[in-house]
Design a protein around this ligand. Structure first.
Ligand code: TRP
Length: 341
């Protein structure tokens, strides 16, 4: 029996290299080894985009196309839309009793996000909504609803998983062994740096390369990427370790080329413009098969609908089984009692 894996992604924008190398590439690489549930977390996306439903709706389809385009196989992975599984929302309500408000306020992931979203939650988080503060509870329901045993996560999501594990232990200790306590599968890749040298590639930082970027965009972005600021002339020796162009070569080029680039750069035998042009070509080659696969789905939108409907149906069956057990354990299984009378 394969173990069950669950992961989720907020549909708020297209996938960039940070998502790809930090997470979704791993999902693709392990898809054969698990019973894999992949949640398009639209309800979670709405917690901080409640005033922009159009954006979330559009990105449900965009993200699904992106994930398919990198080779995640809908025959192997259950793609589903969070909002279409009301059992998750039910479970979230039940879990609400098992977590204190102060514990949520202390969650490091939530704290970081509040400080990043001053525009909607106020300078000191004074305008935080009940829904946003509670999203870790909802995420715990995402995982346990599908009996997720393993959750692939980056460092930044670990506190959310810990919160989930606490809720599960509390539930089981009060209502009896019912839910599975998930284990993290920590991703090996740390976060991917941005074109400007920032530690994080992010949409809001405007320093990202997207899987959907066309040739012209790639050209513009890479030509503007940060290089060693001490290198003034073409044949000055430079330090590749502080150059973003070298950094991306390391992500998408082959080992032999990477070695040559590094040596030439250090010796001053390599101009930045040439180096950038080579990266542009390598990046386009890297993106080509991804974009070709994406084109297929763009031309066949009914295919996307089918994949999401089928995956959501499969996910719903699993969620219904879990919620039945949960209601039995909590002694709120009235419907069932009626049937058996
Ligand atoms: N919080 C995750 C993110 O922002 C998305 C997510 C939603 C998730 N539900 C999940 C991740 C369940 C892991 C498990 O990227």
């Amino acid at each position: 029996m394969k173990k069950t894996i669950l992961t989720g992604i907020r549909p708020t924008g297209n996938l960039h290299l940070g998502h790809y190398f930090g997470a979704s590439k791993t999902w693709r690489d392990i898809q054969n080894d698990y019973d894999f549930y992949l949640e398009i977390a639209d309800v979670q996306a709405l917690t901080d985009n409640f005033d922009n439903p159009e954006k979330v709706r559009t990105n449900v389809y965009e993200i699904t196309k992106d994930l398919l385009s990198i080779g995640i196989d809908p025959e192997k992975v259950h793609f589903f839309i969070q909002s279409q599984i009301p059992e998750i929302a039910e479970l979230t309500v039940f879990f609400g009793n098992l977590v204190t408000v102060s514990r949520l306020q202390r969650n490091p992931t939530v704290k970081t996000e509040i400080s990043q979203k001053k525009a909607i939650f106020g300078n000191n988080g004074e305008s935080i909504t009940y829904g946003f503060l509670g999203y870790p509870v909802s995420q715990a329901a995402d995982i346990t609803c599908f009996e997720g045993e393993i959750v692939p996560v980056g460092e930044d999501q670990l506190p959310l998983l810990e919160q989930c594990r606490e809720i599960v232990r509390k539930f089981n200790s009060i209502y009896g062994e019912t839910l599975i306590e998930p284990q993290p599968l920590l991703s090996k890749t740390t976060r991917i740096k941005g074109l400007d040298g920032n530690d994080k590639m992010g949409k809001s930082l405007g320093n990202a390369i997207y899987l959907v970027d066309d040739k012209e965009t790639i050209h513009k972005k890479i030509m503007g990427a940060m290089t060693d600021p001490n290198k003034i002339k073409k044949d000055d020796p430079a330090n590749p370790n502080i150059c973003m162009v070298y950094y991306y070569h390391k992500l998408v080029n082959n080992e032999e080329n990477i070695k040559t680039i590094c040596e030439e750069c250090r010796k001053g035998n390599r101009g930045c413009v040439q180096c950038k042009k080579e990266l542009i070509e390598t990046m386009n080659n890297f993106l080509k098969p991804i974009q070709e696969r994406r084109k297929y789905y763009e031309e066949n939108p009914q295919e996307i609908e089918k994949i999401l409907q089928q995956g959501t149906k499969e996910a719903k069956e699993k969620a219904q089984r879990t919620i039945k057990k949960v209601k039995q354990a909590m002694k709120i299984n009235y419907e069932e009692d009626k049937v058996s009378e």
